[in-house]
Design a binder for this molecule. Structure first.
Ligand SMILES: [Fe+2]
Ligand SMILES: [Fe+2]
Ligand SMILES: [Fe+2]
Length: 422
């Protein structure tokens, strides 16, 4: 029976990798190009499909643990000693979803020098070490590419840059693989091609399989952390929004598949905030109009990121509409009530309710009674859907209990694995 949600695994990973590449112009295509170099190294090394896939998964998301745009740019200029936290956080995030876990060790070690592996008694025969070394090479190469200079004019300098690491950061055998793949113009031209993402999607590096809801939910639970774990006051935001929106949806009689889609839209609604710098995301004061414009793009970005995942049609639509308002005064399209599905309207109410109940650096959390009063007031102004606001009010204790449970689980994960690493 086709009443359960599925999502395409390869689409989802490529889409999230592309989203990470939107963070800053200086990082344009970084994950994608790194994955391309890894795929080429895997090809000449004769890796099998399973190993190539593990390496590609690691490469596509390798900087996932560098949570903010500033951190992502920082890891490419920082000294070795400061690189550990994003490797540890990334590896830990990978371990939390079964479909990413096989690639976790490669992420842990993607900045670990070969000399350190040897001291620990590890060699290239261990695939995690070989994969991590390939990723390390690819990452260093990609970061060294100048975006303002024709690629074929940089080849000698880029190759010399990699050679200087042979025997220290990189195993000489991995550098030799690089010499094999990089000896022709095609490698370099393809590396900087504008449609590299499309080309890589076609290469079948990842299994193009439909994931079931449980697997998709696990991946979404990790991807949402890329935004939520950036500030200690947003840690449980998306978990709360998902629990609240589905609580409302259930009260209004949404079918099971739509509740699953709503849960995923709740978890991923703010994934577009990946592109918002920490200076604005974590600002300890209300935003200026210019800063708010930077924030506003996130609804568009969330939809843009999710829309390329087969199976996520509604998830993308609802996530993209979570700041629309019933009277057309919201963003990013100014869509009004008639164009908004119940899922989008429930998500919009849940987002306001959860945000009000959260602490912000410039205000304390609002009490439940204040939240409910404000929701009713916003319904009265034609911003929020009155039916949805009433459904939340009528079921408040039960929905609040769901929200608390979901938020407590994520707060614990955050405390155990992420807050301590800095
Ligand atoms: Fe890194
Ligand atoms: Fe949002
Ligand atoms: Fe939100």
């Amino acid at each position: 029976m086709w009443h359960h949600l599925t999502a395409n695994f390869a689409d989802l990973l490529f889409s999230v990798a592309e989203a990470m590449d939107l963070v800053d112009a200086s990082l344009a295509d970084h994950q994608m190009r790194t994955a391309y170099v890894c795929a080429e190294l895997a090809r000449v090394a004769g890796l099998d499909f399973e190993q190539t896939e593990r390496l590609a998964i690691a490469a596509l998301l390798h900087d996932m643990g560098a949570l903010s745009p500033e951190a992502k740019m920082g890891v490419h200029s920082a000294k070795e000693s400061r690189l550990e936290p994003h490797c540890q956080r990334g590896g830990q995030l990978f371990r939390e979803a079964a479909w990413l876990a096989p690639a976790a060790a490669i992420v842990d070690w993607h900045h670990t020098p070969m000399t350190k592996h040897l001291l620990a008694g590890r060699g290239l025969a261990d695939f995690d070490v070989l994969g991590a070394q390939m990723l390390c090479l690819a990452d260093h190469l990609e970061v060294a590419i100048r975006r303002d200079t024709f690629i074929l004019h940089q080849v000698d300098a880029l190759r010399a840059g990699i050679h200087q690491f042979a025997g220290s950061l990189l195993h000489a055998d991995v550098v030799a693989l690089f010499d094999q793949v990089s000896g022709n113009d095609c490698f370099w031209l393809e590396l900087v091609a504008r449609d590299l993402g499309q080309q890589l999607r076609k290469r079948n590096l990842l299994r193009s399989v439909s994931l079931d809801y449980a697997a998709t939910r696990a991946l979404a639970g990790v991807f949402k952390d890329m935004t939520d774990f950036r500030a200690n006051f947003t840690v449980t935001h998306s978990a709360g929004v998902a629990a609240c929106a589905t609580g409302i949806g259930a009260a209004l009689g949404l079918a099971e598949q739509e509740l699953q889609q709503l849960e995923l839209a709740g978890l991923l609604h703010d994934i577009g905030k990946l592109v918002v710098p920490n200076a604005i995301f974590c600002k300890a004061a209300p935003l200026t109009p210019e800063e708010f414009a930077v924030i506003r793009q996130h609804a568009y970005c969330s939809q843009h990121i999710l829309a390329r995942v087969r199976g996520f049609e509604k998830v993308a639509k609802w996530a993209g509409q979570h700041h629309e308002r019933s009277n057309g005064s919201g963003y990013c399209r100014g869509a009004a009530q008639a164009q908004l599905d119940l899922g989008a309207r429930a998500l919009g109410v849940a987002d306001v309710a959860i945000a009000m109940a959260e602490r912000r650096p410039y205000r304390e959390p609002h009490a439940a009674a204040t939240v409910q009063r404000e929701l009713a007031a916003q319904a009265g102004k034609g911003w929020l859907d009155a039916e949805v606001v009433a459904a939340l009010a009528d079921n408040y204790p039960a929905i609040a209990a769901r929200v608390n449970e979901a938020q407590a689980a994520d707060a614990t994960r955050y405390r155990n694995h992420y807050a301590m690493i800095s």
